[in-house]
Design a protein. Structure first.
Length: 245
C-alpha cells in the first residue's frame, strides 16, 4: 500500500474537501448497508472481526466470551506472583501490537465497504509502513484516556470512548495524522452523534441474549462482524455529513 506524508496544511485541506454536511444518518439504513457489505466478504470479515473483537471489544464484553476469558486470565495472572511476567507481556502486546493492529482491521473494513474485497493479509500494513511509531503512540494515548476515564468513573469512560471513536478509522486512512489532529477531528465529527452512536451499539445487544444461549457463538459469528461493519458505515456516513471550516 502506498503511503504519503501529510503535514498540517494538507490535513486541513483534506478536512475541507472531505467533510460536507448532508442529512442525518438513519440507524436502519446504516445497519442494512453494513449487513450487505458483510455478506459480500463474510469469510474474511469473520476472521478480522475475531481478531478485532478479542483486542478491542472491552465495552461489549457482555457478548464477548473471548474478552471475558481474557479478563479472567489477566486477573488470575495478577494474583499469581510467578505469572507476573506473563501479565506484563499481555500489557506490552496491548501497547505495541494491538493498537496498530486495530487500525489495520479498521482499514480492512473500510476497503470492504468500498467494494474492494480485501483479505486479512493487509492487517499488518501499519507495521510495514513508516507510520508505525505515530500510530502506536496515538492509539496508546487514546486508549489510555478511555481506560482511565472508565477506571475512575464509568460514565466519563463511555463519553471519551464515543468522543474518540473514529480515531482508528482516521489513522487507517491517514496513518501520518498526528495525535492532536486525530483527536480533534474525531471529537468534531462526533459532535451531536454520541447518543445516536450509543443507541446504534445498544441495538446489537440482542446478540448478548443469543450468545448466552449459544455459548458465545452468536456474538463471535454474527454480532462482532455485524457491529464492526456498522461502525465502518457510521464513519463513512459521518465523513459525508461533517464539514470543517
Amino acid at each position: 500500500m502506498e503511503m504519503f506524508h501529510f503535514d498540517l496544511s494538507e490535513i486541513k485541506t483534506w478536512n475541507r474537501n472531505t467533510f460536507r454536511h448532508k442529512t442525518s444518518w438513519n440507524q436502519t439504513e446504516l445497519k442494512n448497508a453494513a449487513w450487505k457489505c458483510l455478506l459480500t466478504n463474510y469469510k474474511w470479515c469473520l476472521l478480522v472481526s475475531l481478531i478485532l473483537g478479542l483486542i478491542t471489544q472491552w465495552l461489549y464484553y457482555l457478548y464477548n466470551p473471548g474478552l471475558l476469558l481474557s479478563m479472567g486470565v489477566i486477573r488470575w495472572l495478577a494474583r499469581v506472583p510467578k505469572m507476573s511476567l506473563a501479565a506484563a507481556v499481555i500489557i506490552v502486546l496491548g501497547i505495541f501490537i494491538f493498537g496498530p493492529l486495530e487500525v489495520g482491521c479498521r482499514q480492512f473494513y473500510l476497503e470492504n465497504a468500498e467494494g474492494k474485497k480485501p483479505t486479512a493479509h493487509g492487517l499488518l500494513f501499519i507495521f510495514k509502513s513508516g507510520y508505525y511509531r505515530n500510530v502506536m503512540i496515538v492509539m496508546l494515548i487514546r486508549n489510555a484516556m478511555i481506560y482511565l476515564g472508565t477506571f475512575l468513573l464509568i460514565v466519563p469512560g463511555i463519553y471519551l470512548y464515543y468522543r474518540y471513536l473514529l480515531v482508528p478509522y482516521l489513522l487507517a486512512e491517514q496513518p501520518g495524522m498526528q495525535l492532536k489532529d486525530a483527536m480533534d477531528i474525531s471529537s468534531r465529527m462526533m459532535e451531536g452523534q454520541k447518543w445516536d452512536a450509543f443507541l446504534l451499539d445498544l441495538s446489537f445487544w440482542p446478540f448478548l441474549l443469543m450468545s448466552m444461549i449459544t455459548w458465545g457463538l452468536a456474538g463471535a459469528l454474527i454480532g462482532w462482524p455485524y457491529r464492526h461493519a456498522a461502525g465502518t458505515e457510521l464513519y463513512r456516513e459521518l465523513v459525508l455529513e461533517r464539514y470543517f471550516h
